[in-house]
Design a protein around this ligand. Structure first.
Ligand code: ADP
Ligand code: MG
Length: 399
């Protein structure tokens, strides 16, 4: 990772206009914001700029309005929630360019905050139109990107603006980049990766990249079944992508050549029904799965062995649960390994970074999310980082 500027590099910004890209794509129900995690993530940057006396103009997208003004996707709906979380009054500006924004800037005093309209109401946003970027930039003095979760997209407000204004990473972006650098950029070795979840097909590029980067690759969840099947194991009725047998074997061969040890479960928890606490629940060796059974979690012996792998590692990057953790008792292996990782992190022997929607839910369910070194809430961007891809929004910040 090359260097990027942060808020520490700002000079005197008193009275200057900051264009700040944040993630306000908030979960809503019946017109009300149901979770303010993303606002809380952006708050340190917004408040720091405000305290330094900048006029803070927030830029964000909401939903997928595809370049049209869609009234029920207006960012005016989130203003109240942002005010509550920040504890400050926030102005709403129903445009992103032109005189309306210019007049708003004239009304704002140093330290005041405004939210501009949903950037995706303009077609140029997703097309990364330089004219739109220039028109937005015309009302600002500098640009801050605090939306890592949108950095995998080259859009006008995630990438284009960084080319036409002095550009800085916000505090949340900075924290994310520093954590990911520690996990996969220049990690302390040995490095372990846990990749789980439903399907190999959704994480093929992650697996292909990781086997060249890490010392131990722990494969769990539904995708482990595809690897087991590729090795000749009969996985019964388990979720399994049989058409990916060759791909799975290629990944295993690449791992072998790169000195990466791949860990697959050797005992598993199975049942005949896809349901919580089913009557047919049992634990068995992977070679004993019956034709009418499904593998729904890694077994207790596998979970313990995987814990021992982590004990010998210094860095862990985790995406995807080891089982169908939404249903008891198929959360057991994920919870056990998460607790081990949390304890090792607390001891200072492991740097642990995790990301992914279901992964974060699973770690919260295990009660250990706060004990990990870093949890990324950026879904797509986190996965693309794990694929080793350069994120345009991050690349544009590089100096
Ligand atoms: P993330 O959102 O963290 O990237 P994924 O969406 O890839 O994770 O995977 C999570 C899903 O995988 C969960 O819904 C979980 O129930 C499912 N899953 C995990 N193991 C299995 C399994 N053995 N069989 C079926 N589904 C599974
Ligand atoms: Mg998911």
């Amino acid at each position: 990772m090359s260097a990027f500027k942060t808020l520490d590099d700002l000079g005197d910004v008193n009275g200057k206009v900051a264009l700040v890209r944040v993630d306000l794509n908030l979960p809503m129900q019946d017109g009300a914001v149901t979770d303010d995690t993303r606002i809380r993530a952006a708050a340190p940057t917004i408040l720091e700029l405000s305290e330094k006396g900048a006029k803070v103009l927030l830029l964000a997208h909401f939903g997928r309005p595809k370049g049209e003004r869609v009234p029920n996707q207006s960012l005016s709906m989130v203003v109240g929630a942002v005010e509550t979380t920040l504890g400050k009054e926030v102005m709403f500006v129903p445009e992103v360019t032109g005189d309306v924004v210019k007049q708003a800037v004239g009304i704002l005093r140093a330290g005041d905050i405004a939210i501009l309209e949903n950037t995706r109401f303009w077609k140029g946003e997703e097309k990364n139109d330089p004219e739109l970027a220039a028109a937005i930039a015309a009302n600002g003095d500098f640009y801050v990107n605090d939306a890592f979760s949108a950095a995998h997209r080259a859009h006008a407000t995630t990438e284009g603006l960084a080319k036409v204004l002095p550009a800085y990473a916000g505090r949340s972006m900075q924290a994310e980049l520093e954590a990911l650098e520690k996990a996969l950029g220049t990690p302390e070795k040995p490095v372990a990766a846990v990749v789980g979840g439903a399907k190999v097909s959704s994480k093929l590029d992650v697996l292909k990249h990781l086997v060249t980067q890490v010392d131990h690759l722990i494969i769990g969840g539904g995708m482990a079944n595809t690897f087991l099947a590729a090795k000749g194991v009969d996985v019964g009725k388990s979720l399994c992508e049989h058409d990916l047998t060759d791909t799975a074997n290629e990944i295993l061969a690449t791992a072998d050549g790169a000195g990466c040890t791949v860990h697959l479960p050797y005992d598993v928890v199975v049942s005949k029904e896809f349901a919580a606490n089913p009557p047919s629940l049992r634990t068995c060796n992977v070679h004993e799965v019956a034709a009418d059974e499904m593998i729904l979690d890694a077994g207790p012996n596998a979970a313990e062995t995987l814990g021992d792998v982590l004990k010998n590692c210094r860095t862990l990057v985790w995406n995807g649960p080891l089982g169908a953790f939404e249903m008891e008792p198929f959360d057991a292996a994920t919870v056990a390994l998460a607790k081990t990782a949390a304890a090792l992190t607390a001891d200072g022997s492991l740097v642990s970074v995790a990301g992914g929607g279901d992964t974060v839910a699973a770690l919260n369910h295990a009660g250990v999310a706060q004990d990990f070194s870093y949890i990324s809430t950026a879904g797509g961007a986190f996965l693309e980082w794990m694929e080793g891809k350069e994120l345009p929004g991050v690349a544009a910040l590089e100096v």
